[in-house]
Ligand binder design. Structure first.
Ligand code: CA
Length: 218
């Protein structure tokens, strides 16, 4: 998973970043709201860990702003405050979960997995496998199966399906898909890849959202 960690405390940030990396996650550590706004626009993350007390902007204000701007990734709040009102305010503002400092890294990872299970398709036995209808994408084997039959995909096609299946019902913009699957490619090649994907996977799985991008519906 690609995780964006937003935490200004050096000691905690370092510990959380190390825990995420040790758990095999791809973690980007940012220390203020300005960087967070920039990176969350530039890149796509599977989950966001957000400290409420940031130096340049309240985490809650940032959370509301990110949701207003359409950030779809699950957001888990990290905070020193443990009042019920704070929790309610965060959840109402669009947070998916709430962790109180001091953060135990084991609990953090378990809650991250739980949040990802809630917001994505069925996750099989803790393995990086994504299922939608009769499609099964195995992240570690980089394979896509339809009704038990493997569909050969190019690297770019696999990366596109990976994005789409990881978050079924989420509409991906063309720019987001290009950033996920072909960050170094210039020019309008996305449609050609999507055309090939539909030919290989079957036309019914991937829907076009006119003027926006693509989605795999559950
Ligand atoms: Ca802080």
């Amino acid at each position: 998973m690609k995780i964006c960690l937003i935490e200004d405390d050096l000691k905690l940030g370092r510990a959380l970043h190390a825990a995420l990396v040790n758990a095999g996650q791809q973690a980007t550590w940012l220390r203020n709201a300005a960087d967070a706004r920039h990176w969350l626009c530039e890149d796509t993350f599977d989950a966001v860990l957000l400290d409420l007390g940031l130096p340049d902007c309240g985490g809650l204000a940032l959370l509301r702003q990110l949701r207003r701007q359409g950030l779809a990734a699950p957001i888990m709040i990290i905070t020193a405050r443990d009042a019920l009102d704070d929790r309610i305010e965060c959840l109402d503002a669009g947070a998916d979960d709430f962790l109180v400092k001091p953060v135990a890294t084991g609990e953090l990872m378990a809650r991250l997995r739980a949040v990802m299970r809630r917001v994505t398709g069925t996750r099989v036995a803790g393995a990086p496998v994504w299922e939608v209808k009769d499609l099964v994408l195995d992240e570690s084997a980089r394979s896509l199966m339809r009704a038990g039959v493997r569909i050969p995909l190019s690297k770019t096609e696999f990366d596109l399906m990976h994005a789409l299946l990881r978050q079924p019902d989420r509409v991906w913009t063309r720019r987001e898909l290009e950033a996920q699957a072909m960050p170094h490619v210039e020019g309008p090649v996305l449609d050609a890849h999507m055309h090939n994907l539909r030919r290989k996977v079957g036309g019914d799985y991937i829907s076009t959202v006119r003027g926006v991008g693509y989605v795999v519906r559950r």
